[in-house]
Write a protein that binds this ligand. Structure first.
Ligand code: SGN
Ligand code: CA
Length: 540
């Protein structure tokens, strides 16, 4: 069926009326937007989601004064592709940024370009993870690539990188506040993308928080010792197990000489140590050593008698200590930004969103990292405040996606949404004005073979079920029933009692692939391009 026709049918099914899309009264001032995105922040590590791991009072404030989404998902669980989806409102196979390897084409349309054309002042501050000068921003101050935690380089408006002394999360917050207070044109509505590097690997916290968090012990997830029985080849062959695939030096912060003594050092671990700890100034290094040296000393005593399970437990605790400590600084930054909005009288007219570029594993299935369509990486945290339209304490369990951000912002700002945008505005959904919404979402993942070795797959998810197809070097289907198996431990694809569900999900998957314009040919094209990009470049 013709895509436009399906799109218009879907819009009708969504219960939208043309009247609700009509421009709002002229005298209403256009809202500002602050889009806060952290990197690899699992919803399990936001206290508003109720997992009891840590406290994030400032991020929670957004939900308490606005809305929290429990089934918000990404369309492709990896950094740069997720950012491309955010900007374009189009699936990866349409915007072309399918993995972290392919270049992003900045010349294509994005929502901040459209906002600029509609009178907005725009800025991008922090991690963007895509090469080239960001387009659609009056001001950009971004980390090159993944960026560094200590004394990071920043690229201002596409110029040469320059070091800014200090801790990355605090710097990004200061830059965001400075732009809002001193740099932007106060006569224009603004849209700020305030993007943290934290809590991305290798989880290097600020001094005040590593002092506190390295003393803590955290509850373990039920599936920490998962043996992957009941799942397919992809879960069994992924390389993101905490006990097996973390590095002692890079991730657990064991000193290189200690690791060498025990024969557990790796070149990659050493490189990470140099790249991170090696950047610290004397003062930062002394503070670091005062906490991590004693941990290293303790480790020397423990390591010789550690069992495999002890190693898992030890690494899990060290992982959580550092990961959650980096989040404490992010939460502080969010608090400073919310306080600024209060002080400046901007809180009422500013939409504040908090999310992450994808979900993350905090020991569920024994894992760290992301990439899979399984729940913890597929789901992103999403909290949103806009006092003018969203009631405090709103809870949304509908299937929204990062694909929807661009059209949602265009809708809020009365900016025309181009026909090619694939997401849907969730403005009316979160305002409680409609009760019909999509009931299935589509997912794709491409970056294989690569670090963590998560196989290429695509799939469909409804509120209750998931169907996934892993392809390229395998051809396997997996299906899960989240109601009876919320931890996704049992692949029911071959369970005949689910034959009707399977048939229906296959149909939904085919429909969505057609609707969004995806195909086996696309999968093959992006595979070929990826394999080509991996080939060593010939010297001229
Ligand atoms: C780095 C990390 C990986 C991570 C990718 C992508 N390794 O390669 O663990 O999956 O980035 O992350 S590290 O040892 O160098 O930290 S993403 O969020 O940017 O897509
Ligand atoms: Ca990420």
């Amino acid at each position: 069926m013709n895509r436009n026709l399906i799109k218009s049918m879907t819009l009708i099914a969504l219960g939208k009326s043309l009247v609700s899309c009509a421009p709002k009264e002229q005298e209403v001032k256009q809202p500002n937007i602050i889009f806060i995105m952290s990197d690899d922040h699992a919803y399990q590590a936001i206290s508003a989601y109720g997992h009891g791991l840590n406290q994030t009072p400032n991020i929670d404030r957004i939900a308490n004064e606005g809305a929290i989404f429990s089934r918000a998902t990404v369309t492709n669980s990896i950094s740069a592709p997720s950012r491309a989806v955010l900007l374009t409102g189009k699936h990866s196979f349409v915007n072309g940024k399918v993995d972290n390897v392919q270049p992003f084409n900045w010349d294509q349309d994005n929502f901040t370009k459209l906002l600029q054309a509609n009178g907005y002042e725009t800025a991008m501050i922090g991690k963007i993870h895509m090469d080239g000068k960001p387009q659609g921003f009056d001001y950009s101050m971004v980390l090159p690539g993944q960026g560094k935690y200590y004394n990071p380089d920043f690229i201002k408006n596409g110029e040469k990188p320059e070091v800014i002394e200090g801790y990355v999360t605090e710097i990004i917050t200061d830059l965001a506040l400075d732009w809002m207070k001193n740099k932007r044109n106060p006569n224009k509505p603004f849209c700020l993308l305030y993007h943290h590097k934290a809590p991305h690997r290798e989880w290097l916290p600020a001094e005040k928080y590593y002092k506190e968090y390295t003393k803590m012990t955290f509850p373990k997830p039920e599936t920490l010792y998962d043996d992957y029985e009941g799942r397919g080849t992809a879960a069994k062959t992924a390389e993101m197990n905490i006990a097996k695939e973390m590095t002692w030096i890079g991730d657990i912060k064991i000193y290189p000489e200690t690791a060498e003594e025990f024969g557990i050092d790796t070149p990659w671990g050493r490189r990470l140590f140099d790249l991170n700890i090696g950047r610290m100034n004397e003062e930062q290094r002394a503070a670091w050593d005062s906490v991590y040296r004693p941990i290293d000393e303790e480790f020397k005593k423990l390591f010789p008698t550690m069992s495999e399970k002890d190693i898992m437990d030890y690494r899990y605790q060290r992982y959580m200590q550092d990961y959650l400590a980096t989040i404490a600084s992010v939460d502080d930054g969010v608090g400073q930004v919310l306080d600024f909005l209060d002080e400046a009288g901007l809180a009422e007219n500013t939409i504040v969103i908090y999310t992450s570029d994808q979900g993350f594993y905090l020991g569920e299935h024994g894992w760290f990292d992301k990439r899979f369509m399984y729940e913890e990486s597929f789901r992103m945290p999403l909290l949103m405040r806009y006092p003018k339209e969203i009631k405090a304490g709103t809870k949304i369990d509908d299937l929204v996606q990062n694909l929807d951000f661009a059209p949602t912002f265009l809708d809020y700002t009365n900016t025309e949404t181009p026909q090619e945008i694939q997401g849907e505005s969730f403005r009316d959904l979160v305002a409680g004005k409609i009760d019909k919404w999509r009931d299935a979402v589509y997912y794709t993942y491409y970056e294989y073979p690569s670090v963590h070795m998560v196989k290429r797959h695509y799939g469909v998810a409804t509120k209750r079920y998931k169907l996934m197809h892993f392809y390229y070097d395998i051809d396997e289907w997996e299906m899960y029933d989240l109601e009876t198996d919320p931890m996704e431990m049992r692949n029911i694809y071959d369970d005949e009692s689910y034959a009707d569900v399977r048939k229906d999900l296959h149909k939904r998957l085919d429909e969505l692939r057609t609707y969004y314009g995806d195909s086996d040919e696309n999968d093959q094209k992006y595979l070929n391009e990826y394999l080509e990009a991996l080939k060593p470049k010939k010297e001229n």
